[in-house]
Write a protein that binds this ligand. Sequence first.
Ligand SMILES: [Zn+2]
Length: 196
Amino acid sequence: MKENKEYPEAGNKLETPIGQKDWLEAMELRAVTQKIVITQFNVNIVMFTMNIPGPIKSNPIIQAIFQEGLMELLKRCECYNPIAFLEKNPATGPEAYILVPITNSCLTVKKDLLSLENQHPMGRWFDIDVISEKKTKISRSDLKEPPRRCFLCDKPAKICRREGNHSIDELFAYTIQQMQSYVRETHNDTKCFELF
Ligand SMILES: [Zn+2]
């Protein structure tokens, strides 16, 4: 599987702000990639992305946390006998597609993996979707799970977004600060993240 080179790559650039159009194109491309993968391989997909507020969706610390989440996710997916995984690193945020055989129940997979979103210290920023071979996404509400909470207060994130309770700058600053503290606490070498 080749990566789509028409897409802006994060590459060595530290941060590239993303506009509405880039974002919509990225969502479209993700959906197309999912369809192609499902059609060609007849699998379910575990899709992993980061949930980052604001126009910056990728930088070295976001990518480092993504890699950490991905390693943990791959470990948890071992029991589903995944057949392959595809990783992309566009400026709209890193993304990974883990292809799992359809013999696994999507509901069970989603339920298992929700614990990573719910329990990992950085899990609030992880977005783990399970897409069935019928191309339908299993959502939290399918499992009667409560909606995701806001980063900054206890309300459901949707409500805070709708009511505009926090500025994007505030949400992004909190995100980066939490990621920095996590890296500082868990890694000895933080030199490469000192800029952030
Ligand atoms: Zn809030």
